[in-house]
Ligand binder design. Structure first.
Ligand code: ADP
Ligand code: LRH
Length: 490
């Protein structure tokens, strides 16, 4: 039996997972879970990276004390965000949170200088205000000193690897999400950056997922004898990349929804698809383990997380299971809205914004918490269908089943709605998809598995899968017609 550790950092929570691999199956146990909340300083929205680092270290110690020696460790996290390190290896400022309001304006400026089609054509990445490119541009406008003092830009998992090992690299899968990696050369796009007068001198060497990141050097951790020579590995360090590695499908002909704070709806393709359709639908091509994820970001369960925060501030702290239960009891299709309305991206009073959208579109308002949550789930499921239709138009394929993976795959009501809205069977699991994929790539790096098909066989042997069969097709078809007319009328 071998012990490996996956550190998986999502925008809503981080966890340290212990994986036990016996040569035939893989099981995951949560060793430590912690909330990941933005830290506001003078109205700027940051990530508390020091607190995250502390949690990771404590998680490693917890794992060693409960499970003994650990063979390797890898970190994956949400995409696009970064820290700057100076030439002495000191972190400059706390990384900014991708939902910080400053990015929208920066994207407008960059688009006006470079043009949408050149930006997409060179990178294959969808235009989203929070991409590293726009964040870097916003930083230059806001505080150029910081960029001048910096020596290296490290995305979150690369930064944490650096804090653990002293080594500075950029792992490929996450690097693609910056929107300044050239899709053709697979190297940093120096030309694009210099057009915007952004410093490409900050960018470290790109490494492939499944390669060594260095040995743990942290003195405090190494005082634990069992951590002798712990190898840190570059997994597919973008959490979505790791999640998709864990899809238990033998063929590559499937659609997935990686469901957590975001819902990433897509498929895998051998190389980026950069054409007029992908540009028009604003699909993205993110790098994976020997393939690309052609996908669309849908706003996801962020809508419910933020609604829970609003309820909490009103003294009504509902947990997700209770909300799903209430939604199940509410009446169907009271209202519907585009979950990707840009007003919903930033933290705020989401229930009120949804009511506002209902007023604008002449619909009934949600009449209680169950009805609000049901409308969110129905609108998400309908938006998944919308993205799936676009995906099929791009690839010319028909996907016979949809795999839902990640924390949101525990939401039985949303899984059923997704099956209904798409009229496809929905297969759910694994729940801890990013951690599972993270470990699979470690096993590949260690030579314990030899191919991606062996990896998905391993997941199939290790994880229980449940299938939801579509129901009420007629009702959902008419709901979808209404939905498309509402979201396309904007
Ligand atoms: P991320 O890593 O993007 O922060 P996760 O993959 O951890 O997100 O998914 C978090 C979401 O999963 C929660 O916001 C919640 O909606 C959903 N979830 C978690 N537990 C449950 C549950 N028991 N039942 C239904 N949904 C759940
Ligand atoms: C999901 C995710 C997603 C990105 C977003 C910033 O956690 O990594 O793939 O688009 O966060």
């Amino acid at each position: 039996m071998q012990n490996l550790l996956a550190v998986d950092l999502g925008a809503s929570s981080g966890r340290v997972m212990r994986a036990a691999f016996n040569g035939d199956t893989l099981s995951l146990q949560e060793v430590r879970r912690f909330q990941n909340k933005p830290l506001y300083i003078n109205n700027r929205m940051h990530w508390n990276i020091y607190s995250i680092f502390q949690e990771i270290k404590e998680g490693i110690l917890d794992a060693v004390s409960s499970h003994g020696a650990i063979r390797s460790l890898a970190i994956d996290s949400w995409a696009v965000d970064f820290g700057l390190v100076d030439s002495n290896g000191h972190l400059l400022d706390l990384p900014r949170h991708y939902r910080d309001a400053r990015n929208g304006k920066a994207m407008e400026n960059v688009v006006s200088q470079v043009g949408k089609s050149r930006l997409f054509g060179r990178t294959g990445i969808q235009l989203q205000p929070f991409n590293t490119l726009y964040q870097l541009y916003a930083m230059k406008q806001e505080n150029e000193n910081l960029l001048e003092a910096a020596d290296t830009l490290l995305l979150i998992p690369d930064l944490l690897n650096f804090l653990l090992t002293g080594e500075k690299y950029a792992e490929f899968s996450n690097a693609t999400t910056t929107q300044f990696l050239n899709a053709e050369s697979r190297e940093w796009d120096h030309e694009l950056l210099s057009q915007l007068q952004l410093p490409s001198r900050l960018l470290p060497t790109i490494v492939k997922p499944g390669t060594g990141a260095g040995l743990l050097k942290d003195d405090e951790l190494l005082r634990t004898q069992l951590l002798g020579a712990l190898e840190v590995i570059h997994t597919t360090s973008h959490d979505t990349a790791s999640a998709v590695v864990s899809v238990p499908s033998q063929s590559e002909n499937y659609a997935y929804i990686s469901s957590g704070t975001w819902s990433l709806v897509g498929t895998v393709v051998p190389k980026p698809i950069i054409n007029e359709k992908t540009a028009a639908f604003n699909f993205t091509n993110e790098g994976g383990l020997g393939n690309y994820r052609l996908l669309k970001n849908v706003m996801g369960l962020w809508l419910v997380q933020e609604t829970q925060r609003t309820f909490q501030s009103l003294g009504e702290p509902y947990d997700i299971e209770r909300l799903v239960h209430r939604a199940r009891l509410a009446s169907p299709f009271r209202f519907m809205f585009d979950p990707d309305d840009s007003r919903l991206l930033q933290p705020g009073d989401i229930p009120e914004t949804i009511r506002q959208i209902c007023r604008e579109t002449g619909q009934r308002l949600p009449d209680n918490s169950g009805s609000l949550i049901r409308g969110i789930f129905e609108s998400l499921a309908l938006k998944y269908r919308y993205a799936l239709d676009q995906l099929e138009l791009i690839t010319g394929e028909r996907y016979d089943a949809i795999h839902i993976i990640g924390g949101g795959s525990q939401n039985q009501l949303l899984s059923q709605f997704t099956a209904n809205a798409t009229n496809r069977p929905v297969i759910v699991g694994p729940v801890e998809a990013s951690a599972m994929g993270n470990v699979l790539v470690q096993l590949l790096a260690l030579g314990e598995v030899g191919s991606t098909s062996q990896m998905s066989e391993l997941v199939q042997r290790s994880v229980e899968q449940v299938t939801y069969v579509p129901h009420e097709n007629g009702v959902w078809e008419s709901a979808y017609e209404k939905f498309t007319s509402i979201i396309e009328a904007k």
